[in-house]
Structure formats: C-alpha cells, structure tokens
Design a protein around this ligand. Structure first.
Ligand SMILES: *[C@@H]1O[C@H](CO)[C@@H](O)[C@H](O)[C@H]1NC(C)=O
Ligand SMILES: *[C@@H]1O[C@H](CO)[C@@H](O)[C@H](O)[C@H]1NC(C)=O
Ligand SMILES: *[C@@H]1O[C@H](CO)[C@@H](O)[C@H](O)[C@H]1NC(C)=O
Length: 407
C-alpha cells in the first residue's frame, strides 16, 4: 500500500526565518569536538562539503557521503527481468519510462572510490548475521534494491510475514543471513484514527512516548538495524503524550494547537533511540539512514507536480531547503545525542547519510512511470520513491562499505 504525503506549500516568508533558525542551530552545534558538524556553513548547501565523515565513523578516512555522480557506462546491475523483488510502482521501465540514462551514473566520493556492490562479498561478510530495516516504503525500497543486488548470488525465502504483509523476514539459507523489514512509518506507536481526515488523506495519531513494539521488541535478534523515517510526517497528525492529545499537525481541530510536523519528527527519533539505548539484550549496530529528498517540480504530488528530469544535477546546484532541510537537521541532532548517550552504554551508531547524494537525483523517481497511464492511483506522480534499478542502489554500495569498515 503506497499512500503518501502531502507537501505543504512553501511559504515565501518562511524562507529567511527557517534559514536563520537553521543557521543558529548549526552555530550552536558546531564545535571542534563535534565530528558531524564542522564549522559553520555559509548556506545550507555549503553544509555538505564541510562535513567530513568516514564509513567507520573514525576521523581521517574518506567521507563517502560527499561527492558527485559521474557517468557509468556499465549501466544497471540487474533488470526487471533478472530480479523479481521490484515492486510494481518502482518498475519504471515496465511502465514505459522513455529514457534509461538515469541508471548510467555512479556515486563518486570526493577523494576515493566507492566500489560497486559485490554480492558475494556482502553475503560473505554477513554470514551468520542479520540486518533489519525499520521505516516506511522508502526503507522497503532500499531493501528491495538489496535483494536485487544480491540476486546474482542468492535469492531469499520469506520465513515470516506480518498479518498486514508489511513486515517481512527473509532467509538466505546458503549464507545463513537474515534480512528483515519492520513497517513503522512513525517509529513510535501510531494508528490511523480517521481514514478520511481533514485533507482527505487520512489522519494519524502518533503516541510520542510509546514504543512501536512491533519493531522495538525484535531488535535483539539483529546485528544491524537501519532506522529511517520521513515522508509520513507530511500527513495530518495528532500527537499524544501520556495518553492525552497535546497538539497536532495540520489536523484542523479547533481545540488543538498546531505543533508542526517537526515536533513529532524530533520526538519520534528521540523515542526510537531511547528504546534502542535502553534495550538490554540488543548488541547490534544502529544505522540512521538519513532523509531522502523528494523532487516535485511545478506543483506537489496532488497538484500536478512532476519529476521529469533525465540526469543528475551538479553538486553546487543541489540545495536542501525548507521542510526537507529541517527534517534532515532534526535527524542529525537527535542522532548525535543518541550516539553520545549510547556510547556510555557501549552502543554503536553509524550514519548512512544518503541525503547529499540523493538531493542531486531528481531524475531517479518513477514520476508518472509508476503505473499504467490510464490507471488512477493515489500517488499520481511519484517523486518520493526511487526506480529500481536506479540511484537508490548506491545506498547499498554505501551500506556494504560501512559493513566492511565495521568489522
Ligand atoms: C521489463 O521492462 C520492459 C521494458 O524495458 C517491459 O517491456 C517489460 O514488461 C518489463 N517486464 C517485467 C517482468 O516487469
Ligand atoms: C547461523 O547463524 C547463527 C547466528 O550467528 C548461528 O547461531 C547458527 O549456528 C548459524 N547456523 C549455521 C547452520 O551455521
Ligand atoms: C477536541 O475536540 C474533539 C471533537 O471536536 C474531541 O473528540 C477531542 O477529545 C478534543 N480534544 C481535546 C484535547 O480536548
């Protein structure tokens, strides 16, 4: 089920205000002892090259997350014929996407090379181990990319399916490797309180101080847990704390204050990391996969916005702004706090910082090619998910590099 977000129109007045706020946040977080934020960026775009992080988290190594997309004549590593794990809506070639240039690029970190995913190496490294993705359909998108990248060596068998079919466990028998996805778009406990809602797109209740036990109760069983969240925070939400409604986002209820989506987003990550740090039996490495920007142009998902570009934009053209910048900043802040708190308890955290790379790929989404032209679907033009094969495959190139560095 793919029902997605509504992106609030970007208010002209909010631009300078947001910028001042973000700049202030960067200022207050910047310090020489801080590995994530190096001294102050002059603009949000400039924040990226100034951050230096290595796959292992150790200083002095190449930052695989800053770089550019360079032409790759080899083309995709799988197709919709060789891989069955491509979800319909992301099977862009099937639905008539006319250009295939978007699969002929590779991510080139500044100062080093990112090797193409080696499925045999991945499975060798992961023998006797397990990886869980926690999040929404973009997390699933990455898991499906991983299944396709691994497919030349082995296909998994589903060993467990949640009743709603949204959470799945896969087993790679020949390599004793377990892969799983836990569906948790809000990371905390949530429920659809009103299927219609004020914007005709569902109204969700988020219980900001309650764990989503459907994933938190299972993390002990995993060596790596890849956490992410994002696009579901563009929907109308009601926030609950101590069992009481304390406010909402875009819910249009007269008796509730609009606390903004950011309130819920920050609390959701804080609660998720608190659960991870507090879980006694958990010995795994927690990986935060950062926000993957959407690229609607000329409107939003429901007002005719599309993403028709056929190639990446240059590193200096990609600017993260508005809501997307704010969500990204919140993630990094909460990640950093969790990492510090976790270090005292022997917890390991890693950042899979895909945001700078994906910001440059407006060409990587299904746009109108996620379904047959005559089909009426909820997400008309999909500029949120990523075509398979496509630039999202680079997330797993990066993941493998991190797993390798982690040994
Ligand atoms: C794969 O993509 C081709 C176009 O390149 C399309 O004709 C075909 O129907 C697709 N096949 C499957 C199984 O998705
Ligand atoms: C598979 O991996 C698990 C976890 O490391 C281990 O306990 C088990 O013995 C392994 N099974 C086989 C058949 O190697
Ligand atoms: C707000 O009003 C709605 C009905 O209009 C009610 O169901 C809800 O309980 C109220 N919430 C609070 C926090 O008073």
């Amino acid at each position: 089920m793919v029902r997605l977000q509504e992106v609030t129109p970007y208010l002209v007045l909010a631009v300078p205000l947001t910028f001042i706020l973000i700049t202030t946040l960067f200022f207050s977080l910047s310090s020489t002892t801080n590995p994530i934020f190096l001294p102050l960026p002059t603009s949000p775009a400039a924040a990226f090259p100034l951050r230096r992080r290595s796959p292992s988290g150790r200083p002095g190594e190449c930052d695989i997350f800053s770089g550019e997309w360079v032409p790759d004549p080899r083309g995709p590593r799988y197709t919709n014929r060789t891989c069955w794990a491509i979800q319909e809506h992301q099977n862009c070639m099937k639905y008539g996407r006319p250009d295939d240039g978007f699969v002929k690029w590779r991510w080139k970190p500044e100062g080093c090379e990112l090797p193409a995913f080696d499925p045999a190496q991945f499975l060798r490294l992961m023998r006797g181990k397990s990886v869980a993705f926690v999040g929404d359909s973009v997390a699933r998108n990455q898991m499906q990319s991983l299944i396709c990248l691994l497919s030349p060596v082995e296909y998994p068998e589903a060993i467990w399916n949640a009743p709603d079919q949204q959470s799945i466990r896969w087993r790679y028998a020949a390599h004793n490797f377990t892969l799983a996805i836990f569906w948790s778009p809000y990371l905390v406990r949530s429920a659809e309180s009103d299927p219609v809602g004020p914007t005709n797109n569902g109204l969700f209740s988020m219980y900001l101080d309650e764990l989503d036990e459907q994933w938190t109760n299972h993390i002990d069983e995993f060596d790596y847990v890849v956490v992410s969240a994002g696009h579901w925070f563009f929907r109308p939400l009601v926030f609950y704390e101590s069992g009481r409604a304390v406010g909402c986002y875009m819910c249009l209820a007269k008796n509730l204050t609009d606390l903004t989506r950011y309130y819920g987003y920050r609390k959701a990550f804080r609660m998720a990391f608190k659960a991870i740090n507090g879980r006694k039996g958990y010995r795994g490495v927690t990986i935060l996969r950062t926000f993957a920007p959407s690229h609607f142009e000329g409107g939003m998902w429901n007002t005719g916005g599309r993403c028709d570009r056929t190639g990446p934009v240059r590193a200096d053209e990609g600017v993260l702004r508005g809501a997307q910048l704010k969500l990204y900043t919140i993630q990094l802040e909460e990640f950093q706090k969790a990492e510090e708190a976790g270090r005292r308890r022997g917890r390991s955290y890693r950042l899979l910082d895909v945001t700078p790379a994906m910001l440059l790929r407006p060409d990587g989404h299904p746009s109108v090619y996620g379904h047959r032209p005559e089909e009426r679907v909820k997400l008309y033009n999909d500029c949120v998910h990523w075509c398979l094969p496509g630039p999202i495959d680079a997330w797993n190139d990066l993941l493998l590099k991190m797993l390798e560095a982690d040994r």
